[in-house]
Write a protein that binds this ligand. Structure first.
Ligand code: ADP
Ligand code: ADP
Length: 233
């Protein structure tokens, strides 16, 4: 069974003009898949990510996680679901400047009041795996963009989420740092069978994925699978 089902999802923003951002979009994501979503500006990528991340609700249609419908949860249950099941990586890293790298990474666990031993254990493992040990005590303004994005990925992983949602994770990185971040996401995807859904404009970023879903005007446009990928990119 797919880990995520997007079923006939429509999102209409009501305003002075009515704006249909997504129109009956359907697709499944399998457990362990590394999926890229691409499309021109205004095609509905951010809207889709906001719906999958349960920050916003579809106008019609449903999004189902492992049989469970977040739309049916109470606000408290939803907040808990989001923290436990989802990890977020953003274009601009979203690290808190007054905290050290280490404090930023464990913040999600601190907020959940997890035991200190558990935090230290997970931090140690992640720092080793992602090669962050040498700058754990620095602050975000003392590290490079590539390092900052690796820290943000560590923060997204500390909860051991089921799905990682990445919004243009290489959007602010040069090509070397982009490559490093993408290799890291691939490694996490392969080693931990973590499911990753990444919105990107970057064809190189998309070439690291198992599948690329193209949307246009809020609708399914095309799809490329890993087997065809090497020829396409
Ligand atoms: P993308 O991320 O692919 O650039 P978006 O999901 O941001 O696309 O936008 C899809 C369409 O929905 C665009 O026409 C955009 O202007 C519109 N839109 C997005 N968010 C809102 C909003 N909060 N209110 C009204 N219209 C919106
Ligand atoms: P990006 O494509 O770089 O993610 P967008 O410009 O699509 O950025 O959207 C940035 C934010 O602004 C999103 O949260 C989106 O929902 C919101 N937004 C986009 N278009 C509109 C709009 N027409 N009205 C209100 N909010 C919008």
């Amino acid at each position: 069974m797919p880990i995520l089902q997007v079923k006939d999802v429509t999102k209409v923003y009501e305003g002075k003009v009515t704006n249909r951002a997504l129109n009956q979009l359907s697709f499944d994501v399998e457990q362990g898949e590394f999926l890229a979503v691409m499309g021109p500006s205004g095609s509905g990528k951010s809207t889709l990510l906001n719906l999958i991340s349960t920050i916003d609700r579809p106008t019609s249609g449903e999004i189902i996680f492992n049989d469970m419908k977040p739309q049916s949860l109470s606000p408290n249950e939803l907040a808990y679901f989001r923290r436990r099941e989802l990890g977020f990586v953003f274009q601009d890293f979203n690290l808190l400047p007054m905290l050290t790298v280490e404090e930023n990474i464990i913040l999600p666990l601190t907020l959940d009041q997890k035991p200190v031993e558990m935090m230290e254990e997970r931090l140690k493992n992640l720092a080793k795996r992602l090669d962050l040990t040498s700058y754990l005590h620095k602050r975000p303004n003392e590290i490079s963009g590539g390092q900052a994005q690796k820290v943000a990925i560590a923060r997204a992983l500390i909860h051991e989420p089921t799905i990682i949602l990445a919004d243009e994770p290489t959007g602010n990185l040069d090509s070397n740092n982009s490559r490093e971040v993408l290799e890291l996401l691939s490694k996490i995807n392969e080693e931990k069978r973590a499911t990753i859904i990444m919105v990107t404009h970057d064809p190189i970023a998309a070439s690291f994925c198992d599948r690329v879903l193209f949307i246009k005007d809020g609708e399914f446009f095309n799809e490329i699978h890993r087997d065809d990928r090497r020829q396409t990119f």
